[in-house]
Design a protein around this ligand. Structure first.
Ligand code: HEC
Ligand code: HEC
Ligand code: HEC
Ligand code: HEC
Ligand code: HEC
Length: 268
């Protein structure tokens, strides 16, 4: 304590107001401030015992309790935001016809571009017309009841209404051709479509997912002749593979991540 200070005065580290408690250490001993003598010096008096000491502990417990409940609620909200309930990830859609990518691409080896014809040239990958299906199904499984909806569509000219699996909100812009032409393979974003009897969304498609790659594209790009290769690694994990990815960035002339993460890239 500084010299000349009356014993009832205590130096506090905090700015204090008359009638309030001083720094917590002093307050804990049951004093309150009667009068401020000068900066940092205060006259203390005994705190009236309105609450019993045990109330202190109770107050602390309830404050921690409230913080805990708040954090738990925030965590739950964040999890819900990421959950498939919100993003549609993993959810299989019931289609008008049970079309199996596993049979057509995995087992029969049909190239993605046979049906998704505009994936290299346009924003949208494109969906196959009934004629595309009938190229084969006039001969193969021509009488199968499974394919009756396809034949009906062919007879009537009414297109098959596929239920969308992936669907970004309108305020975000996406383009297939730029990704496919700059070394991002189908499986990096869509997973092993060739193993799916029913197509589902393998990624969250949330903004943080897009940005995860736009910040570090070297972790994902692959050689141009591997875009449709479902078995190629979806992500470059080892330092050797990342170095390969980095050299592809200059080969494809991929822009700096500041450009790729700027809002106007995807919100135009
Ligand atoms: C024989 C035609 C055919 C081939 C080949 C094909 N697809 Fe499809 N694809 C479809 C049809 C039909 C649908 C719609 C029904 C569905 O969602 O399962 C579809 C749906 C999709 C969807 C979901 C579209 C949406 O609604 O969001 C993705 C992704 C996809 N295909 C990727 C691929 C990839 C990758 C390949 C190559 C490995 C491929 N497809 C090969 C016919 C084909
Ligand atoms: C390039 C040829 C080819 C095209 C194009 C094609 N299919 Fe098939 N499809 C097959 C073959 C081969 C099978 C037999 C599948 C098997 O057992 O591997 C088959 C089987 C099927 C079956 C039976 C169930 C199953 O999955 O095994 C359905 C349903 C079907 N195709 C729907 C379609 C639809 C819808 C389209 C158009 C979007 C389409 N196919 C386009 C070759 C084709
Ligand atoms: C960079 C990630 C990415 C890559 C790579 C990618 N896709 Fe997609 N794909 C998407 C997104 C995102 C959507 C949803 C687009 C929308 O809702 O506007 C989508 C939608 C689709 C659809 C539904 C029709 C459409 O265009 O909206 C098909 C079919 C499809 N993709 C096939 C493919 C095929 C085949 C490849 C590989 C040649 C491929 N995709 C590569 C992200 C990707
Ligand atoms: C796995 C990596 C990857 C993912 C995931 C990805 N992108 Fe990209 N994106 C790229 C690469 C690489 C380019 C090419 C950049 C260039 O040409 O400089 C690109 C380019 C783009 C461009 C064109 C930029 C321009 O300047 O013209 C748009 C728009 C875009 N991405 C939107 C999206 C959206 C929206 C998503 C999420 C739904 C997404 N991307 C997910 C890798 C990715
Ligand atoms: C690489 C593409 C990309 C870039 C860059 C990007 N966004 Fe997004 N953003 C998206 C996509 C895709 C969605 C839709 C996400 C969804 O459906 O959950 C989205 C959603 C949003 C939303 C809606 C709320 C949410 O999170 O779902 C806001 C707000 C937003 N973006 C703001 C921004 C701002 C601000 C920037 C610049 C700092 C930015 N975005 C940069 C792709 C992008």
């Amino acid at each position: 304590m500084p010299s000349g200070v009356p014993p009832e005065c205590v130096v506090c580290r905090e700015i204090v107001f008359v009638g309030t408690t001083c720094c917590s250490a002093v307050a804990a001993r049951g004093f309150r401030i009667l009068e401020i003598r000068s900066q940092g010096l205060a006259k203390l008096g005994a705190m009236p015992q309105i609450f019993r000491h045990s109330t202190n502990a109770l107050a602390k417990v309830s404050i921690f309790g409230a913080i805990f409940i708040l954090l738990a609620a925030l965590w739950a909200a964040a999890e819900l935001h990421r959950s498939s309930w919100n993003t549609g990830q993993w959810v299989e859609r019931q289609q008008p016809i049970q079309f199996s990518h596993k049979h057509h691409t995995g087992d029969d080896g049909i190239d993605c571009r046979y049906c998704h014809t505009s994936v290299e040239t346009a924003a949208s990958a494109g969906m196959p017309s009934t004629e595309t299906c009938m190229n084969c199904h006039k001969q193969i499984w021509a009488d199968s009841p499974y394919l009756e909806p396809v034949r009906a569509s062919f007879r009537t000219g009414k297109p098959i209404e596929w239920i969308r699996v992936h669907d970004l909100p309108d305020y975000s812009y996406f383009n297939h051709s730029i990704h496919v032409n700059k070394g991002v393979g189908c499986s990096t974003c869509h997973g092993r479509i060739d193993q799916m009897p029913i197509a589902f969304q393998a990624s969250t498609l949330q903004m943080e997912w897009c940005l995860g790659c736009h910040r570090n594209p070297e972790k994902f790009v692959r050689p141009a002749d591997r875009i449709f290769d479902m078995e190629w690694r979806p992500e470059n994990r080892t330092s050797e593979h990342v170095a390969e990815g980095r050299s592809l960035l200059s080969k494809y002339q991929i822009q700096k991540s500041e450009v790729l993460t700027s809002c106007s890239t995807c919100h135009r």
